[in-house]
Write a protein of this length. Structure first.
Length: 425
């Protein structure tokens, strides 16, 4: 018995030594090309047998079976171990098995089982998801540009990582559309050889342009180019604390203009309406250039309106402890030549209104009203009414209410007035 064992060992040893000396083991080949070289069975002519089930199978087990082995059986000494998971309906994708989520080959890297080969996903006809450990996937453009081409536009990530949108049509625009939900959208467009636009559409409720949560006070700067490829320069800015400067980058007041300003209306807009509004004048401080609302006593203006036969409000005065001189002019506008030529309807003049204490509320105390010829008109005056005789346009009535302080006027539609008030308002 002892001799048989020795003989078997010797025979096996001679076989093993023979292949060990060659440095490789071959199955179905006498000339292995690697440590282990497995071939399928071939006939005498070296042709693979059609009946041979050629292949190499790793150990097969389910995820449950691998789960039952625990979380410490495999360690660094098992790096490179290969298994084929046949079922993942049971067991857990936890600990060393965190990546075992589908059927397939897995190898052990000393800490986790890793998927050997994921089924390829064709991104041109299939959807997919980023998988694996970590939260970031990086695509290195490797000095290449990446283009996404549509029917009218092309989106490009260039080799430096910049993103651009290009219009491919002969007209139209390059556009970027941000959808916020509930049909709220922000559109940025550059039209071919024309306007660049930023606007909101759909369910958007406002367009906010500004600076937010900055470490220091951060302005909004308005930069424009004079053309001829000149670089843009700053023309206006809103500072971080809300001051608006035009022509200056350091405004010191809410509105600071370095330069001139023009206010204008069209001819149509200057046609007086059937309303009147008292306008308080502005004053300019010559030392600082600041524009302020004039204090009481400085002449203020109400007019440029057409009463149109109604009892139209001119202004509201204090009821007592006041004295006001009202100067006014009346002319004919927006009518035919016959009306314009009627000198009796043109008039101008002064009216004084005084109120002394609560026992003596405001009332008319004096008037001097003249016609187009400069002669004083004969008017009818009471404490609360002045009636001015007219021609084609009829009489004009000024009414003063000592209870609420309202000064009102009634005249024809084509008669326009401008009033100036000295003191009292």
């Amino acid at each position: 018995m002892k001799n048989n064992i020795i003989t078997g060992v010797l025979l096996l040893g001679s076989f093993t030594i023979s292949h060990a000396q060659q440095g490789s083991v071959g199955i179905n080949t006498s000339t292995p090309k690697s440590t282990l070289d497995v071939n399928g069975k071939k006939d005498a002519g070296g042709v693979l047998l059609t009946t041979d089930i050629t292949g190499l199978q790793a150990p097969r087990l389910t995820r449950l079976e691998l789960t039952n082995k625990g979380n410490t059986l495999y360690g660094v000494d098992q790096k490179g171990a290969l298994v084929y998971i046949t079922d993942v309906s049971t067991g857990t994708a936890a600990s060393q098995r965190a990546n075992i989520t589908s059927i397939g080959y897995y190898y052990f890297d000393g800490a986790l089982w890793q998927k050997l080969i994921d089924a390829p996903v064709n991104i041109y006809n299939s959807d997919g998801s980023l998988t694996g450990a970590g939260t970031t996937r990086t695509l290195n453009l490797n000095s290449k540009n990446m283009n996404f081409v549509g029917s009218d536009q092309r989106t490009t990530w260039n080799s430096s990582g910049a993103l651009s949108q290009t219009n491919l049509a002969t007209s139209g625009s390059a556009s970027l559309l941000l959808n916020g939900g509930n049909s709220a959208q922000l559109s940025v467009q550059q039209f071919s050889g024309a306007d660049a636009q930023i606007f909101t559409v759909g369910g958007s409720t406002s367009l906010v342009i500004g600076t937010h949560a900055t470490a220091t006070a951060t302005p909004i700067r308005f930069v424009t180019s004079a053309g001829s490829n000149a670089l843009g320069t700053e023309k206006a800015r809103i500072t971080g604390d809300g001051k608006f400067g035009i022509g200056t980058n350091s405004p010191s007041t809410t509105l600071d203009i370095e330069g001139t300003m023009r206010l204008s209306q069209s001819v149509t807009a200057n046609i007086p309406a059937n309303t009147g509004t008292t306008v308080t004048p502005l004053m300019i401080d010559r030392a600082t250039g600041k524009v302020i609302i004039a204090p009481k006593g400085v002449p203020s203006v109400s007019g440029g309106f057409r009463p149109g036969g109604t009892n139209t409000l001119v202004t509201t005065l204090p009821l007592n402890n006041t004295i006001v001189r009202v100067s006014f002019v009346c002319h004919i506008d927006g009518s035919n030549e016959l009306n314009n030529s009627d000198a009796t309807d043109y008039h101008y003049g002064d009216i004084d209104i005084v109120g002394l204490g609560s026992a003596n509320p405001i009332k008319f105390v004096r008037n001097e009203i003249r016609g187009a010829d400069g002669a004083v008109k004969t008017v009818t005056m009471t404490d609360t009414n002045i009636t001015i005789p007219g021609g084609i346009q009829g009489n004009v009535a000024l009414n003063l209410n000592p209870t609420n302080g309202e000064l009102r006027i009634s005249s024809q539609l084509s008669m326009s007035y401008v009033f100036e008030f000295l003191g009292g308002l």
